[in-house]
Structures are given as structure tokens and as C-alpha cells.
Design a binder for this molecule. Structure first.
Ligand SMILES: O=P(O)(O)OC[C@H]1O[C@@H](O)[C@H](O)[C@@H](O)[C@@H]1O
Length: 322
């Protein structure tokens, strides 16, 4: 069966785990519901997660109060950067996928799932005629967004080369995840210390991270290379730790615009940099190449857990290996 168009009726209307929200133009959002007040909201425009709430109904992702409505990219949540990360190519910044209307995929190819997960939705993006003029490659991008029993969120991307002219294509990719934090000055990132990174603020020059956990005192825009599969964001004030897991995505981008850049951004409050941090599982340094018929899979897993303490200190080992 073909994927439903954005305007066609949602395939499964009655489920306690799924809610479809329509707007004048057609289907607008899908809400996944979990235990107690856990939920995830996904916007068809951009195939973008725009909200992830824990079982107390607290928002875990940052969304700017100045976020602009479509057709502009939406500042916050989890934009998908594809087929280009950043300015690494001829396309618009971060590629066009975050700026397109995705459709519900009501008959996706099988994807092994945890049977305990009841709340999930499958989306699909295929290139339009205009997209093909800019990036002359035919693809199917399937995205499954799932809310786990414990309130954890996972995004699984499957990208297939459907070119019929025998040509391979290459792309870069990121899950541009905006985490909500209490105060950026109190946040530490564990798991990236000693890693090599490309510094976007210094012409992508390569450096090696020194010292302990990463803390924030000024603008940061770094691509950590061959980053571990688990990274922790420890929010001291909230006593909350985000655990970010990644598969198929070697790199991790860390970004905070800080005060000067915040003021220059039209869709971002002047002081909002204090309450957000982007940690973005990505494939940036080495583009992914697919031959016709080949498929790539890249997964992001997010959970929010109470921070572990050991003798009054945050214990990174418990967070990363516990
Ligand atoms: O404003 P945009 O296009 O959403 O990009 C925001 C930031 O996204 C980050 O991923 C990049 O590393 C930054 O360089 C960029 O400024």
C-alpha cells in the first residue's frame, strides 16, 4: 500500500496511544501517549518531534518561544538534518528534510520492535520534483518515532537509495536534538572528554578535548568524531540526566549559540540560550554513501533519569555504564 498523503485520513484513528491532530490544511500533528502524562508530539512538517514529556507532564525538549511556523524550520525539538548537515554542501543549511511535509507511512517494511512499545508512528519522505532538481537523487526516508513504556523516546531512520539510473548518493545527517536545561552554566556533558572534534567556530579545525566533563561558559559549535554510543547530559539543578544513545551515527555535534548569536537569531529569544543545549547524534565527517537498493539505518534513543550521586558528586560512571 502506498504511503498516505498528508491530506488523507489517518490510518488508525482509534488507539489510546495515538492521537491525530488536524489543521485547516490537513493532518498536522501526531501525539503518542504513554503511561501517566508521558507524551511525544510530532509535526508532519519536517517530520519533527516538537515535544517530549515525562510522566509528570514536564517538557524535556527545548522549543523557542519565538519559533516560526512553516514553511520556515522550527527552532526546537528534534529537527532532522538531511541530506546535508550544516553548510557542508550546496543545499540550504541542514538540508531540506526539516522543511518538507512528511506523510504517515501506513505500511512500512517490518522493523524489529520491542512488543512492549505500543505508541509509535511511521513517517515517510520522498523527494518532490523540485527537490530532485536541487539534489538529483531518488530516495525513501522512513522515520519511526516510538515512546517506550518507561517514557523513553526513540527515532529510527531508514534511508534507501531508489535511484533507477544506477547512481549511488552520499549524504550527511543529524538528529538536531534540543534539550531543555535549567541553566546551561550548571550543565555537564559526560562521554565526550578526550574525543577529537572539528570546531565549527574555527574553520572546522581538528582539536582534541582536554580535561574532564564538558561544561559551558561561551558559544560552542563542535562536531565530536567517533563519539561513544552513549553520552550523558547532567543537569545539576534539575537533578536530571539525559542519556543519549546512538546507533549508525559516528559523530555527535554539541551546540549552544550563547548570548551574541542568540541576539542575532530571529527565531530565538535573547536569553533562551541559558535553557537549551543541542547534542546531536550525526554522521558529519564521513558522508554515508548508498548504492541503488541499499538502505542505511540510524537510531537515536533518549531517556531522562534522576542524576546519580556518589559522595555528593555526580557519578558519571553510574550514568554512562550503570
Ligand atoms: O539555525 P540553524 O540552521 O537551525 O542551525 C543552528 C546550528 O545548528 C548546529 O547543528 C550547527 O552546528 C550550527 O553551526 C548551527 O548554527
Amino acid at each position: 500500500m502506498a504511503a498516505a498523503t498528508p491530506h488523507s485520513p489517518p490510518p488508525q484513528l482509534s488507539s489510546p496511544f495515538l492521537e491525530y491532530i488536524t489543521a485547516p490544511g490537513g493532518l498536522d500533528k501526531v501525539v503518542l501517549r504513554g503511561r501517566r502524562s508521558c507524551s511525544v508530539e510530532i509535526r508532519l512538517f519536517g517530520g519533527q518531534v516538537t515535544s517530549w514529556k515525562n510522566d509528570h507532564g514536564e517538557e524535556l525538549l527545548f522549543v523557542s518561544s519565538k519559533a516560526i511556523k512553516p514553511p520556515k524550520p522550527f527552532r526546537g525539538g528534534i529537527p532532522i538534518c538531511f541530506p546535508q548537515f550544516g553548510t557542508q554542501g550546496n543545499l540550504e543549511q541542514h538540508g531540506f528534510a526539516r522543511n518538507r511535509l512528511w506523510a504517515i507511512d501506513d505500511n512500512p517494511p517490518p522493523l524489529p520492535v520491542n512488543p512492549a512499545i505500543k505508541a509509535f508512528v511511521d513517517l515517510i519522505l520522498k523527494p518532490s520534483e523540485d527537490d530532485l532538481k536541487m539534489w538529483p537523487h531518488s530516495f525513501e526516508f522512513r522515520l519511526r518515532i516510538a515512546l517506550g513504556a518507561g517514557g523513553d523516546l526513540s527515532l529510527t531512520s531508514r534511508i534507501r537509495n531508489t535511484n533507477t539510473d544506477g547512481r549511488p548518493f552520499s549524504y550527511t545527517f543529524a538528529y538536531h536534538t534540543y534539550f531543555s536545561v535549567s541553566d546551561i552554566s550548571e550543565v555537564r556533558v559526560e562521554g565526550l572528554e578526550t574525543m577529537d572534534y572539528l570546531d565549527n567556530m574555527k574553520g572546522k579545525e581538528r582539536f582534541t578535548e582536554q580535561g574532564d566533563a564538558i561544561v559551558f561558559e561561551s558559544e560552542v559549535d563542535k562536531v565530536y568524531l567517533a563519539a561513544p554510543s552513549k553520552v550523558a547530559i547532567i543537569d545539576h539543578d534539575m537533578r536530571r540526566t539525559f542519556v543519549v544513545t546512538k546507533e549508525g551515527l559516528p559523530d555527535a555535534v554539541v551546540w549552544n549559540p550563547w548570548d551574541k548569536k542568540a541576539k542575532a537569531m530571529q527565531d530565538f529569544g535573547d536569553l533562551e540560550y541559558k535553557h537549551m543545549l543541542c547534542v546531536e547524534p550525526a554522521a558529519v565527517e564521513k558522508p554515508i554513501t548508498l548504492k541503488p537498493g541499499e538502505e542505511w539505518k540510524g537510531r537515536l534513543g533518549l531517556s531522562a533519569v534522576p542524576s546519580s550521586y556518589c559522595s555528593g558528586q555526580l557519578d558519571p560512571l553510574k550514568v554512562l555504564h550503570g
